[in-house]
Design a protein around this ligand. Structure first.
Ligand code: ATP
Ligand code: MG
Length: 579
């Protein structure tokens, strides 16, 4: 069964069960600057999971392009990529556990012909928020999974909750015995087999059953959703009877090229990392990302530079045939990957840049290492002068058994960031920022509006959606009734007061946990991020957000609400402008 056949089977199977097929979005989020990449199929669907009506109905399905940079350390094992495709289906207030479990099971065993005896299941064991999910376990037994292949695990692995307020619920993961023959496993043996990647998670059904408010489950949702996410590469691996994703037809062409020219071993980390990073780079470039020093562009640059360095290490150098292989595999599915010349020219330009400094940088690295140590300042020098992303320096160090003063490096890095921030400020003051000024201002105004709504309407008035054009901001939030004229005036007045106080906006980077502890309001989806940026406006607002923002609220002008209307049940929408 080829990967193309598996794609078609999935689409046909879901459509036959009444699901509307929706296409994958770009890997770069279209409406959410607080995250760099789409990391799960449900992400672009968040508004609909929160209650907005989807134009295509209440049963949806797709295969979504995802990027998880937080898995970069894992790449090289049997089952993780930085880019992967996620198969998904959603029931928005329609069918629930019984149908979802039957559906997963039928697709795996009847369409992909997986062996039901090699399937293992995990369910939620229960805690103070919700009871043990006996129901899902029973349903799995009804379709034919034996009770001793069902394991109950805690909230850290089998509970889905994206934030302090909103839907949450238990999930049920599906694992597959990759080699076959594992048979019955005790709870501990199951966990060990997972650790060894002898059994692999291929999919997960999330049952959004409960409602959370300020961190506590307050009851069951009136309308329950199912969100299933499965790893396409892993499904292909299981269907093709392979024991790692790089042996599937999604990667085989690339692996053949790298191993035949370099002589490296097909199962080596190096070969897998090069294949993964070049594949991800092709997808990024085809979605419009260019190598740069910030945001998505910097991720692309790091992937390419790491691949270049590792390729050089194993004696491989020509990326063009790899781009051709990716294009061959994905050209029919993602049209923009067809343009090999264009994509390769971007990679080639980055290679040229990095190769100029690579060997000099390695010499510098060797010169600067002293008694098995590299100082933080020198690691930073390699970054700033030779363009070595820190992971490249770390790998060089590991290979030579050298330790790096990472704390020193971070300090240098922060100092540098502070300087470049000041530089940006200077530029801004000089009026050079030009394009996108209005969007930036409206973005900051959105934070003030959010805080004002909390102030005027109450803490329940939290964000449900946001959209900004160069003309106006649009903001959706939880609130039952139409706002009165007095309330609207009070919100305008509150925001304009903060503008007139010319408050300073401050940016900090931290983990989602730290952000929550610092009292930042945050949006959905943060479960998937590793580091988040938090913007504070004086002491009136603190929000997890990707920016950009103005430096001072005095730059905003006058804030005015143009319209206040219903968006969906329990959700209001404000459109506002800056004059
Ligand atoms: P894992 O524990 O294996 O990293 P996960 O719990 O992070 O998986 P989910 O967030 O539940 O995975 O994502 C849904 C599905 O996407 C998983 O069942 C898995 O098959 C697939 N998946 C997740 N991360 C990756 C990755 N980095 N590469 C390939 N597939 C992935
Ligand atoms: Mg993971």
């Amino acid at each position: 069964m080829t990967h193309q056949e598996i794609r078609e089977k999935f689409k046909n199977f879901m459509e036959a069960r009444g699901h509307a097929w929706i296409s994958s979005t770009s890997v770069v989020p279209e409406n959410d600057p607080s995250i760099l990449f789409i990391t799960a199929g449900m992400q672009p669907l968040v508004p609909y999971i929160m209650g907005e009506k989807h134009p295509q109905g209440i049963r949806l399905s797709n295969i979504q392009k995802c990027i998880r940079t937080q898995d970069i350390e894992e790449v090289g094992d049997k089952t993780h990529d930085t880019f992967f495709e996620m198969v998904g289906y959603w029931s928005l207030g329609d069918y629930f556990k019984k149908e979802a479990i039957q559906q997963s099971f039928d697709f795996l065993t009847k369409e992909l012909n997986l062996d039901p005896n090699r399937i293992y299941i995990t369910c939620f064991e229960g805690d103070e928020n919700a009871p043990k999910d006996e129901e899902s376990s029973k349903l799995w037994q009804e379709v034919g999974i034996s009770e001793d292949k069902i394991y109950f695990l805690g909230a850290d692995s089998n509970w889905w909750s994206p934030g302090e307020t909103g839907p949450c619920g238990p999930d049920s993961e599906i694992f597959y015995d990759m080699k076959g023959g594992l048979g019955k496993l005790t709870h501990d043996e199951f966990l060990e087999a997972d650790e060894r990647q002898d059994i692999v998670e291929i999919g997960n059904n999330v049952f959004m059953s409960y409602e959370k408010k300020d961190g506590k489950v307050i009851g069951e949702l009136p309308s329950k959703n199912v969100d299933m996410g499965g790893g396409f590469e892993r499904l292909v691996m299981a269907a093709q009877e392979k024991t790692d994703i790089f042996a599937t037809d999604l990667f085989k062409g690339m692996v053949d090229v790298i191993t035949s020219t370099s002589g490296a071993d097909r199962d080596s980390r190096e070969v897998r990392i090069i294949a993964d990073h070049i594949r991800t780079s092709v997808i990024l470039i085809s979605d419009g990302v260019h190598p740069s020093n910030k945001d998505q562009g910097y991720i692309l640059r790091r992937l390419l530079r790491r691949a270049i360095r590792i390729a050089e290490k194993i004696g491989y150098s020509d990326f063009r045939p790899l781009v051709e292989e990716v294009s061959k595999t994905y050209g029919d599915i993602y049209e923009n990957t067809r343009n090999v010349n264009l994509i390769y020219s971007v990679i080639e330009a980055e290679e040229e840049k990095f190769r100029k400094t690579l060997s000099k940088g390695i010499k510098e690295f060797e010169k600067k290492t002293n008694e098995g140590k590299l100082s933080g300042t020198d690691a930073f020098l390699l970054f700033s002068t030779y363009g070595f992303p820190i992971e490249v320096t770390q790998e060089l160090a590991e290979e030579r058994d050298i330790s790096i003063d990472m704390q020193g490096y971070s300090l240098e890095f922060e100092k540098h960031q502070e300087q470049s921030r000041k530089g940006a400020e200077q530029k801004f003051k000089g009026g050079l920022a030009g394009h996108g000024d209005m969007e930036t201002k409206l973005h900051t105004a959105t934070h003030l509006l959010h805080a004002a709504l909390h102030e005027v309407l109450g803490e329940h008035a939290t964000q449900r959606g946001s959209n900004i054009t160069s003309e106006r901001l649009r903001f959706d939030f939880n609130h039952e009734s139409k706002m009165t004229d007095e309330e609207k005036a009070a919100v305008e007045e509150w925001v304009n007061d903060k503008i007139s106080r010319d408050l300073t906006i401050v940016l900090e980077e931290m983990s989602p946990e730290e952000a929550r502890e610092a009292g930042a309001t945050g949006l959905f989806g943060d479960k998937y991020g590793d580091r988040v940026t938090v913007y504070s406006i004086g002491d009136v607002s603190k929000e997890m957000c990707g920016g950009p923002h103005v430096e001072k609220t005095g730059d905003l002008g006058k804030f005015r609400i143009k319209k206040e209307e219903a968006s969906s049940a329990g959700v209001r929408r404000i459109k506002a402008i800056l004059e």
